[in-house]
Write a protein of this length. Structure first.
Length: 295
């Protein structure tokens, strides 16, 4: 969990951001990170996200559980840790061991844990997602005396696992080089090549059409192709929404006021009442349709 103000995060590449420099972050691309740090688009309001807020409350409890389970003294680290040599590289630690090894705590959904990136034997983690391993190496880079770090995963709220992550000097050197090159590219205005699917949100934030000029792109041969592709996708999307709405309406007419229907072919339809809230504005019924997977 970061322990520096939002206003200062723009000046640092933190441990959770390093994976973006290698293209393996599930949260942010290198292109988006570049424009955030360059001040062209706002950074994510991490303090306003429910998942981040939950982490603040859960991390101390998970750390206390780890101490009890493994008889493992852990301590809090209040200060932000700048890298001793690479400007703009730093990290916050969730906790650390008595000998200064960083400990990264993750609250992991049970289904995600079983989907392949995690591997465990008993309560020992044998493998973890690459972006978490890079995060721990980044932390060790900012703790030069640490020859290992730890990754703790609380899975499904009721299973605790740990992994010792050995210091990998070659990987740390790559992280340091990538961070230094990243900041050099920001200073020189060399933006990374965008992934137009993954970076759609960042590009929309950058280019929102609020300028006054009119640009003549009639000689650009790619634009007609893109416009045609957009219109085709728009028609497919519009038609899909219409078909979906009509199918659901007919399903409702056949179900009447039943709460659930079992249907031939392995389909199940359930209706759930959604009470009024700030997001839904008024109470309504939400229908979900599931199909059994073929064995």
């Amino acid at each position: 969990m970061t322990n520096i103000p939002i206003s200062e995060r723009i000046n640092w590449i933190g441990a959770s951001e390093s994976a973006a420099l290698f293209g393996v972050s599930p949260y942010i691309t290198k292109f988006e990170l570049f424009h955030q740090k360059a001040g062209n688009i706002p950074g994510h309001d991490l303090d306003g996200q429910e998942r981040i807020e939950a982490g603040r409350f859960l991390e101390p409890a998970i750390a206390a559980w780890a101490q009890h389970k493994w008889q493992w003294p852990l301590r809090n680290v209040g200060e932000y840790l700048p890298h001793p040599r690479v400007k703009g590289m730093g990290c916050s630690l969730d906790v650390e061991t008595e000998d200064g090894a960083p400990v990264e705590i993750k609250n992991v959904d049970g289904l995600r844990f079983r989907q392949g990136e995690w591997e465990s034997e008993g309560d020992i983690l044998l493998d973890a997602p690459a972006h978490f391993l890079i995060q721990v190496q980044h932390q060790m880079a900012c703790r030069p005396g640490a020859d290992h770090g730890w990754l703790i995963a609380c899975v499904g709220g009721n299973s605790l696992h740990k992994m010792r992550v050995e210091r990998h000097d070659t990987m740390i050197a790559r992280i340091e080089d990538e961070v230094a090159d990243f900041w050099q590219s920001v200073r020189e205005g060399r933006e990374p090549k965008p992934d137009f699917q993954a970076d759609a949100g960042a590009l929309s934030a950058l280019y929102n059409g609020d300028g006054d000029e009119v640009v003549d792109l009639r000689n650009n041969n790619r634009l007609p192709e893109l416009c045609a592709e957009y219109m085709e996708a728009h028609e497919i999307e519009k038609g899909g929404k219409s078909r979906k709405s009509a199918a659901l309406a007919e399903i409702k007419s056949l179900m009447g006021n039943a709460r659930m229907a079992m249907i031939a072919g392995g389909y199940t339809v359930k209706a759930a009442h959604v009470p009024e809230s700030t997001s839904t504005r008024k109470p309504h019924w939400r229908f979900s349709i599931t199909a059994e997977k073929e064995s």
